[in-house]
Each structure stands twice: as structure tokens, then as C-alpha cells.
Design a protein around this ligand. Structure first.
Ligand SMILES: Nc1ncnc2c1ncn2[C@@H]1O[C@H](COP(=O)(O)OP(=O)(O)OP(=O)(O)O)[C@@H](O)[C@H]1O
Ligand SMILES: [Mg+2]
Length: 467
């Protein structure tokens, strides 16, 4: 920008390299437009120094790098765009089964110790957003210290710099004042919107909105307002709606696209999802990752239960996977989901009559689902290789398991007993591929697919000989 130029709301006046991997764009505040009468040269300036003079209809206005904004009010944009790009998180159960879109809103409800915080940390560390805004809202102080200590050591995979250089942590731990807690999630989303207005994809994590709702309830109680459901104020739902509505992929004031993705944990007391905060959150988010207490107590992580979770972004983002990764992606993903759903129904029968009473084709469903759960859905946040899976590897893992399943299906139709298939040594390699095969080693997956065919063919030949 130079003197004499006409600038509109949200236009970029200059750039500040805030960290080696992050460029802060100085924006003209919304609602302001005019001609640049004077603009500072490149140099070192303080936040409050005047960097430009703009001649507006209201007179000459001095612009500094500091912007003020009332946090409860959404920052303006031109129009909303369809969220059709996935937010890649590297977590298989999320990316493949319940994907999140850039500009989407997701809720992670779960009882005490089910893995809300670890899941959010995982997303903050690995998701492919440009900026992360992380708030510890009413949670333990040591968890926030963990974020600060861990993130400054962790490296950004793509840019080889500490993750902290593009993360904004906001601490509002449980010992801080109530009013601050109530305001904290608005502060978070306003900061996220501010970076969105620079044309970035921002991911916002809040741990947890239940603590925010508690603050809302306590303040409302002290104001002697009439309580509604379970003591929460009657406006709980509208406040939540207003908050989640601020997430989205939008065309920003200077015409580019930017997004705010909101990922919020909910901690329902006693893990009871029928309480108001979880129920209202469910109304306003389009992606719901339900954490299950039984899975967590069996140390099965992430404890995202495939029957309690859903994503409405699947149809919107499927083209990304189909065009960039593989045309077969959606078909394989749906077939895998179908196996898991059938398994869920069969488990009820198994409880009554036992697994051995089932015919082989139904037992294959149980075995197939077991492989899926162990080899694909279960993912350790503490294993060096398993911690993050790139989309290509996720697809290959899906393909390998489905290939094994399809071949097994054909084989048992030829009256070869299921236990023979489940004894094949390749199954061990399939179960360990998540830790043993690194992210870009596609060669090993091709070998694995070939080996499945070799072992299945041998089994077929062997049984034909017996017949
Ligand atoms: N993806 C994972 N991989 C491995 N371990 C996990 C994973 N997720 C959770 N855990 C284990 O579960 C424990 C509890 O997780 P976490 O602290 O995230 O639960 P929480 O739901 O946030 O609990 P609270 O309600 O107390 O805040 C962790 O300390 C960790 O050992
Ligand atoms: Mg927690």
C-alpha cells in the first residue's frame, strides 16, 4: 500500500513477521475506509504507534497496529462459504470416519477421564490449520502448563519450527474468577476471527464449554434470574448457538477466504449425555465425537465410539479425498462403517447365545470389526509412529483391512473354516501396520496387499487339495 491508495475495511496495510513461520497482517479495522494520506516506512514500531493516516468521511483517522473489538460481537465478513475442505487431524477415526471440515464446528463430549483433553491436544498439535487458538477454560492448571511446556518443544511437521510459533494459548484455569471464565470463550473466538480476517485457517479448541456453562449458571444465579433446565439460565441454548455460529468458512472483507473451526470439549457430569450443555451442543455442531466410558476404562483410545458419533461434513468433503487420495475412498469407508454397524447389532446376540453359535459369515463380521477396532480405530497418542497418520496412510490401512475382509468373505463361502483364515500370519502384520509402517512408506502397503493375496491363495489351494 502506498500514499494516495484507497483502502476498504479489512484491507491489509502492512506485514509483521511475528515468528519465523507466522506473518501477522495489519488490517484496516472493519467499518473504516478512505484514502491513505500517510503511511510509515518499513521499520520497528510499537503496537500503539501510528502507522498510517486515513482520510475518511469522518475526517483524518490515525491507524495503529492495536485493534480493539467487543468480544461478544462477531467480526464482520462478506459471505459464508461451503466448508468443503477437510481439517486433516492425523487421527484415523476422525479423518476417515467422522471428518471435520475447515470452518466446521465439532463437539467432544465425554465423562471424567475419557480422553477429551488428550484428543484436543492431539488436534492442536497435528491438525493442518494455520493458527491454533487453545483455551483451557476452567480446567486444571497443570494441564495448561503441559500445553505451554509441550507445545514449545514440539515441532511443526511441515515447517520444522516449534508449534508454539503459531499457537495462541489462553489460560483460564479453575482458580480464576468466574466472570473471566464466562468471557474467556468469547475472547478466544474473537482472536480466532481476527486471524481469520487475515485470510488464515484457524482452529479453535476449548476445554471445556461445560466449565463455561457453569460460570454462566453461577453468574445467572447471583443475578437472581429464573433458572431453567437443571439450574442453567434459560438463555444457555441461545448463547451456545451464538458462539458456534461464529465458526465457519467465509469470504473475508478483503475478498480472500478464511475459516474458524471450533472444536469444543463438553464434560457432562457423570458422563450423562442427556444433560443440557451436551444436548444443546449437539443441536449446533455438525460433527459429534462421543467419548465412551467403557472404551476408556478398557484403555481403548481414542475412546470415540463409532455408534455415538457422527459427522455431517462427510458428503461435503468427500471430493477432496476422492480427487486427492483415491477414487475408492468413499466406497471403502462406507463398507467399513457398515461392518462396524453390523458388528454392533451382532454383539447383542453374542451376549445372549455366545459367539460360537453364530455361522461363519456372521463371525467374519465380528472378526472384521475386531481387526478394524484394533488395527485402525485404536491410535496411541504416545507412540512415535502411531501418533499421526497422513491421509495416504489412512487410505492404505483402510484398503488393506478391506482387502483382507473381502478375500476372507469369498474363502469362507467355499466352506473353508473361518479359524483357518484368522490363523494366517499376515493378520499379525495387519494388526501392527499402524506402528510398523511409517507415514510415507507406500511400498510396504503394496507388499502387504500382495502378501494377503499370496497367503489367501495358498489357503484356497490347500483346501481344494483336501476336497
Ligand atoms: N489418544 C490417547 N492415547 C493414549 N492414551 C490416551 C488417549 N486419550 C486419553 N488417554 C489416556 O487417558 C487419560 C485421561 O485422558 P484426559 O485427561 O484427556 O481425559 P479428560 O476427559 O480430559 O478427563 P477430565 O474429565 O478429567 O478432564 C490420559 O492421561 C491418557 O493416559
Ligand atoms: Mg480434561
Amino acid at each position: 500500500m502506498k500514499e494516495g491508495d484507497y483502502v476498504g475495511p479489512g484491507n491489509i496495510l502492512g506485514l509483521v513477521r511475528e515468528t519465523p513461520i507466522f506473518e501477522h497482517r495489519i488490517l484496516l479495522p472493519p467499518h473504516l475506509e478512505g484514502q491513505i494520506e500517510y503511511i510509515q516506512k518499513e521499520g520497528l514500531y510499537d503496537l500503539k504507534d501510528s502507522i498510517a493516516h486515513i482520510e475518511t468521511t469522518l475526517g483524518l483517522i490515525e491507524i495503529s497496529m492495536l485493534q480493539r473489538w467487543p468480544v461478544r460481537q462477531a467480526r464482520p465478513y462478506l459471505r459464508r462459504l461451503i466448508p468443503d475442505t477437510p481439517l486433516i487431524t492425523g487421527q484415523r477415526v476422525i479423518d476417515t470416519f467422522f471428518p471435520m471440515a475447515k470452518g466446521g464446528a465439532a463437539g467432544i463430549p465425554g465423562g471424567f477421564g475419557t480422553g477429551k483433553t488428550v484428543t484436543q491436544h492431539q488436534l492442536a498439535k497435528w491438525c493442518d490449520a494455520d493458527v491454533i487458538v487453545y483455551i483451557g477454560c476452567g480446567e486444571r492448571g497443570n494441564e495448561m502448563t503441559g500445553v505451554l511446556m509441550e507445545f514449545s518443544k514440539l515441532m511443526d511437521l511441515k515447517r520444522d519450527r516449534p508449534l508454539m510459533e503459531r499457537t495462541i494459548p489462553i489460560a483460564n484455569t479453575s482458580d480464576m474468577p468466574l466472570a473471566a471464565r464466562e468471557a474467556s470463550i468469547y475472547t478466544e473466538i474473537t482472536i480466532a476471527e481476527y486471524y481469520r480476517d487475515m485470510g488464515y485457517d484457524v482452529a479453535l479448541m476449548a476445554d471445556s464449554t461445560s466449565r463455561w456453562a457453569e460460570a454462566l449458571r453461577e453468574i445467572s444465579g447471583r443475578l437472581e434470574e429464573m433458572p431453567a433446565e437443571e439450574g442453567s439460565p434459560a438463555y444457555l441454548a441461545s448463547r451456545l448457538a451464538k458462539f458456534y455460529e461464529r465458526a465457519g468458512r467465509v469470504q473475508i472483507l478483503c475478498d480472500k477466504a478464511g475459516s474458524v473451526s471450533a472444536i469444543c470439549a463438553v464434560s457432562p457430569p457423570g458422563g450423562d449425555f442427556s444433560e443440557p450443555v451436551t444436548q444443546h451442543t449437539k443441536r449446533f455442531v455438525r460433527c459429534f465425537w462421543g467419548l465412551n466410558k467403557e472404551l476408556a476404562s478398557a484403555r481403548y483410545f481414542p475412546a470415540i465410539h463409532y455408534m455415538e458419533s457422527y459427522s455431517e461434513y462427510l458428503d461435503l468433503i468427500q471430493n477432496w479425498w476422492i480427487c486427492r487420495i483415491d477414487p475408492e475412498w468413499r466406497t471403502l469407508r462406507d463398507e467399513a462403517m457398515h461392518i462396524l454397524q453390523q458388528d454392533f447389532k451382532l454383539q447383542k446376540i453374542v451376549k445372549l447365545i455366545g459367539e460360537d453359535a453364530l455361522p461363519d459369515n456372521q463371525r467374519l463380521i465380528l472378526e472384521g470389526a475386531r481387526v478394524f477396532k484394533n488395527a485402525f480405530l485404536q491410535q496411541s497418542a504416545f507412540d512415535e509412529v502411531d501418533v499421526y497418520t497422513v491421509p495416504e496412510k489412512q487410505f492404505f490401512m483402510l484398503k488393506v483391512i478391506m482387502h483382507f475382509y473381502q478375500r476372507a468373505k469369498v474363502i469362507i463361502r467355499r466352506h473353508i473354516p473361518l479359524y483357518r483364515v484368522m490363523q494366517l500370519p499376515i493378520l499379525n502384520n495387519i494388526n501392527r501396520m499402524k506402528e510398523k509402517i511409517s507415514n510415507h512408506d507406500t511400498e510396504s502397503f503394496h507388499l502387504l496387499l500382495e502378501e494377503i493375496d499370496i497367503q489367501m491363495n495358498e489357503l484356497e489351494k490347500e483346501s481344494m487339495a483336501i476336497l
